[in-house]
Design a binder for this molecule. Structure first.
Ligand SMILES: Cc1cc2nc3c(=O)[nH]c(=O)nc-3n(C[C@H](O)[C@H](O)[C@H](O)COP(=O)(O)OP(=O)(O)OC[C@H]3O[C@@H](n4cnc5c(N)ncnc54)[C@H](O)[C@@H]3O)c2cc1C
Ligand code: SF4
Length: 533
């Protein structure tokens, strides 16, 4: 049920004492922090917290089953913890008979159940939901206060100020400003060690036979098992495996996962953050993005834990700087960037990309082993690490000119950490270059040689990364050159593409013709080999 748009007298009559104001405080599924602005001035006697599991949010894209379990189970655990603290919580389960299925409908029902003088909420992570909230005051006939989400290290106002008058918004400069502001890894106004960024040391492939850290995963408790059953029954047709669910659903467990990462993995994070290995889903990555994004962990505490490890000599500077940059730099930057460019950011299509998403993005059934591995990990864990997202699935989507809207819907639904404020800039801007360079200075396009250097995928593939054309040639090779050829109008003038275009112009005409013929033949039906599996 949606609100009609007109102000209505829907509120329950006042029952409490006349001088005590009652506030309804709505907490969304990605706002599971006791420090959330919504709760700040709560009056435990007079106020109620409203939490709702709604069908509209579970299905506007068909989220991975594990993502639904994570969010609903974490919500239930959070509500129980609040209740133990003496907070009155009005919790609406997905399968409650009268659930209207939408945020607006559930707020309206809560106001009918009990009198409240006002509604307080913290701004959401998605433009669409913010627009919905902005209508509530008028539609529901109650004062609505939308508070800033101050769980980030950079406010939206501070980001807008930083962006003002800049010709280009490069993350690296934002990050340096954030280092100066926080004083993290700084000696006076200079970066510790003399460099802002140690990525040159951070691009190693995994040595053969290296022992990888054991990862901390969590068994489902009774509450999570109940949610798993619910999700299986209602959303069993959504993408992804349910049984391998191993995410933390409470703050205490998320903190354990963070501590485990810091002690077992952080030291190796820098060196191997771009590496990929068959059958190894997590390597040295932190696995904390779902917790950060739903509020179980706070970005400040995550960065401070890494900084402490550096101070104690438990992790090298390059690893800690690399890790802190992901959160203080990238995560804060994409959030500011999203709100600065919305609405409408998602509508650009600079490279005029139109092809449909091949079926193997859903099944993982493809002879291209790198794609098979990245998609299979995604199916089993609602997770793939950054380089799999950017340089395997993202790189393929870019080179194959897949329609941004289809690719973005895929990324938004398959990952447990996917919320539009963070998914969209990463996919539309970083992976697909669909914004024409607002976010990235050049497309992240790579041939099979890069994938072969950074992974062991090619040794298990029917294609050869060394073969450029003809039977058995790695599709990433001819697709890379075809991408340069077919997008020349848009990309040749990009100064960072100069070398690539010089290399292209050295190719004999016959080779160009062969590249075009093989790439176009492949792109007619990129999933055709799946039929042979
Ligand atoms: C196409 C594409 C889509 C992506 N979609 C999402 C998404 O929906 N949600 C999401 O949280 N991240 C997204 N990322 C960023 C990144 O891949 C994930 O944050 C990371 O893989 C999460 O795993 P981790 O916690 O093990 O991260 P680590 O590699 O260990 O990094 C540590 C933390 O840094 C932060 N971080 C790192 N890179 C980024 C980035 N580019 N943007 C924002 N935060 C970053 C995350 O909070 C992450 O937990 C996307 C990247 C690409 C290329
Ligand atoms: S050969 Fe090409 S398709 Fe196969 S795994 Fe390597 S990069 Fe991927």
């Amino acid at each position: 049920m949606r609100s009609s748009g007109r102000s209505r007298a829907i509120r329950a009559p006042a029952t409490g004492s006349a001088d005590r104001m009652s506030t309804l405080r709505l907490i969304l599924g990605d706002q599971l922090s006791t420090s959330i602005a919504t709760l700040r001035d709560i009056d435990r006697q007079a106020d109620r917290v409203l939490m709702v599991e709604v069908d509209e949010e579970a299905t506007y894209v068909r989220h991975h089953q594990q993502k639904l379990v994570l969010v609903f189970s974490a919500m239930r655990h959070f509500a129980a913890a609040l209740q133990q603290e003496g907070v009155q919580v009005d919790y609406v389960r997905l399968d409650s008979a009268s659930n209207t299925g939408s945020f607006s409908g559930e707020v309206e029902r809560a106001l009918q159940r009990r009198h409240h003088d006002r509604l307080v909420v913290t701004e959401p992570g998605e433009w669409r939901v913010r627009q919905m909230m902005l209508r509530w005051q008028k539609d529901l006939g109650i004062p609505v206060e939308i508070r800033a989400d101050d769980r980030f290290l950079c406010s939206l106002a501070a980001f807008a100020e930083w962006a003002k008058d800049r010709k280009s918004l490069r993350m690296e400069y934002f990050y340096r400003d954030m280092r100066r502001k926080t004083g993290w890894l700084m000696e006076g106004d200079k970066p510790v060690g003399g460099e802002w960024n140690y990525d040159r040391q951070n691009r190693k492939s995994l040595p053969g036979g290296m022992t990888l850290p054991r990862r901390l995963r969590f068994d489902a408790d009774e509450m999570t098992r109940q949610v798993m059953q619910l999700v299986k029954t209602r959303f069993g047709h959504h993408f992804g495996d349910l049984e391998s669910f191993g995410w933390a659903t409470t703050r205490a467990d998320a903190q354990r996962a963070l501590a485990h990462f810091i002690s077992e993995c952080l030291a190796g994070f820098g060196d191997y953050q771009d590496a990929m290995k068959s059958g190894e889903d997590f390597l040295f990555h932190a696995l904390v993005s779902p917790y950060l994004n739903i509020g179980l962990l706070d970005p400040r505490e995550v960065c401070e834990a890494a900084l402490q490890a550096y101070a104690d000599g438990r992790a090298p500077l390059a690893a800690v700087e690399g890790f802190v940059r992901q959160i203080l730099g990238w995560r804060e930057y994409v959030r500011g960037f999203y709100w600065l460019h919305m609405p409408g950011y998602e509508r650009s299509n600079f490279l005029d990309a139109k092809r449909p998403l091949p079926d193997f993005f859903w099944t993982g059934k493809t002879d291209m082993n790198c794609l098979h591995e990245a998609i299979d990990t995604t199916r089993r864990h609602a997770y793939a690490h950054h380089i799999q997202r950017l340089m395997i699935t993202g790189n393929f989507a870019l080179l194959a000119s897949l329609a941004p809207a289809e690719v973005e819907a895929w990324y938004l639904l398959v990952y447990a950490d996917a919320f539009e404020w963070v998914e969209l800039p990463n996919t539309h801007g970083m992976a697909l270059f669909a914004d024409g360079g607002l976010l990235a200075s050049k497309p992240y396009a790579a041939s099979g040689a890069y994938i072969n250097r950074m992974s062991d995928y090619c040794s298990g593939c029917r294609y050869s990364p060394d073969k450029k054309l003809g039977e058995g040639a790695c599709p990433f090779n001819y697709l890379y050159w075809y991408f340069l050829i077919s997008k020349e109008k848009q990309l040749r003038s990009n100064p960072r593409m100069g070398l690539a275009y010089r290399n292209l112009s050295n190719k004999p005409e016959a080779e160009i013709e062969a590249i075009v013929a093989q790439a176009e033949d492949f792109l007619e039906n990129p999933g055709r080999e799946a039929a042979q599996i």
